[in-house]
Design a protein around this ligand. Structure first.
Ligand code: URA
Ligand code: CA
Length: 433
């Protein structure tokens, strides 16, 4: 087999066979196929697309390019959740204890990563003593005993994706549905998921800017999952404005604690219930999404979800008293209000730009080397559709520096006040096949 022939085949719109896709991904992982040939193929895929069979084959070839996590020692269906990424997205912190409270195993491998705020691990590390440096054995034991544990990323998972994603980034081939869908799904499958729930975001703060694109990506990923034997469902959700009120690590932990008791922001709660219902359903613990949602609401109101969160924190060395005393989380030195300059209704809060404002304070990493300040961030006091009077606070800045003029300017540029506006749709649809 020669790579040049396979590039030509795809360029001309033909489908690649399973063994051809395996040859490409194996060769590329071993550096036997050079970047210039792989970029030509990526561009051919960008224009010619791949059918469902090719997409599933590509996903499994990427999974098989490295280590995979074996969770077979954990009893029950391991359902994992993935979000395509957004601003102030606290859903994982809520969903993990919420679902575990229904005796569904949550075996989470998480990373730190770049972004407006830290990853799930960074957020959890805002809790004094909490750590994810546990052995594989301890991880499995904790999930079997208490249904929940988080471990830091280890092993050489999906090396083909690391190389290919970096290559796509510099060859204008990121934005291709078959390439995005196989990239995301390969990582979830390599991490050991039996079933997968996807939160595909749309809007300014999302990878997919339009609802149509988000739906297409969701269908592509659900189809891959189901074709490779992992039951998969997706929710299409809004990311035109940040989710919830909190953007920042400690602030989001506090927001998660509120939400676990049914006292959180309504949008965050609604999304957690939608995603959580799919997780409960795929874990075979409910016979419909409606039944699953009722079960989740019950553990929010009867205190079981909050108790599960405390147990989880204590199991991994953290101080569970933060749940009742969130003031023990790292606190910023300066609280600065950003007052509205006019009366009206909030018409727009540009998610990605507001996320960048939080990052300027130190809430997230701009580069891999940056350190995160867990205490800082933004609290939105208004969301789209809320009326506001001149002088009323739009946002509270939690900072560890006195001069935040850069952050204030960014906030004013990205919160628009108009005459009238409605809250955006939060959930655009669910995709089950
Ligand atoms: N996120 C991924 O992990 N892969 C892509 O290709 C795009 C977004
Ligand atoms: Ca939030």
């Amino acid at each position: 087999m020669r790579m040049v022939d396979l590039i030509a085949k795809k360029r001309d719109g033909q489908e690649l066979l399973t063994e051809e896709i395996n040859f490409i991904i194996e060769g590329y992982t071993k550096d036997e196929i050079p970047d210039y040939q792989m970029s030509a193929l990526a561009m051919a895929i960008y224009f010619q697309d791949m059918n469902e069979r090719e997409r599933a084959d590509l996903t499994m070839a990427i999974v098989n390019s490295g280590d995979t996590i074996d969770l077979s020692d954990i009893e029950g269906v391991k359902v994992d959740k993935h979000s395509t990424g957004g601003v102030g997205d606290t859903t994982t912190l809520v969903l993990a204890p919420l679902v575990a409270a229904l005796d569904i195993p949550v075996a989470k491998m998480s990373g730190r990563g770049l972004g407006h705020t830290g990853g799930t691990i960074d957020k959890l590390e805002a809790i004094a003593g909490f750590h994810v440096e546990i052995s594989k054995e301890e991880f499995v034991n904790l999930v079997n005993k208490d249904k929940i544990a988080v471990i830091g990323q280890s092993g050489n998972l999906t090396p083909a994706d690391k190389k290919l994603y970096a290559l796509r980034d510099v060859t204008a081939t990121v934005n291709s549905i078959p390439l995005i869908a196989s990239s995301i799904m390969s990582k979830k499958i390599a991490a050991g998921a039996d079933a997968i729930v996807l939160d595909v975001k749309t809007g300014a703060g999302a990878f997919m800017k339009t609802v149509e694109d988000a739906k297409e990506l969701a269908h592509a990923m659900v189809s891959i999952g189901n074709n490779v034997g992992r039951k998969t469902m997706a929710v299409i959700s809004d990311m035109s404005q940040p989710l919830g009120f909190a953007i920042g690590n400690s602030l989001e932990v506090k927001e998660a604690i509120d939400t676990l008791q049914g006292k959180g922001p309504k949008d965050l709660e609604q999304l957690c219930l939608a995603l959580g219902s799919q997780m409960v359903f795929l874990a075979n613990k409910a016979s419909s999404l409606e039944e699953a949602e009722a079960m989740l609401k019950e553990v929010m109101t009867n205190g079981k979800a909050l108790t599960k969160f405390k147990e989880f924190i204590a199991n991994q060395g953290g101080d569970p008293s933060v749940v009742d005393h969130p003031e023990k989380l790292p606190q910023a030195s300066y609280l600065i209000e950003v007052p509205a300059k006019q009366d009206g209704v909030v018409a727009e809060i540009v998610a990605d730009e507001i996320g960048t404002a939080a990052m300027l304070l130190g809430a997230g990493r701009a580069t891999k080397e940056s350190t995160i300040d867990l205490a800082v961030g933004l609290m939105l006091n208004k969301k789209v559709g809320d009326s506001v009077k001149v002088g009323e606070s739009l946002v509270t800045i939690h900072a560890n520096r006195e001069n935040v003029n850069d952050v204030i300017a960014k906030i004013y540029e990205n919160i628009r006040i108009g005459d009238h506006s409605e809250p955006p749709v939060l959930i655009y649809g669910i995709v089950t096949e």
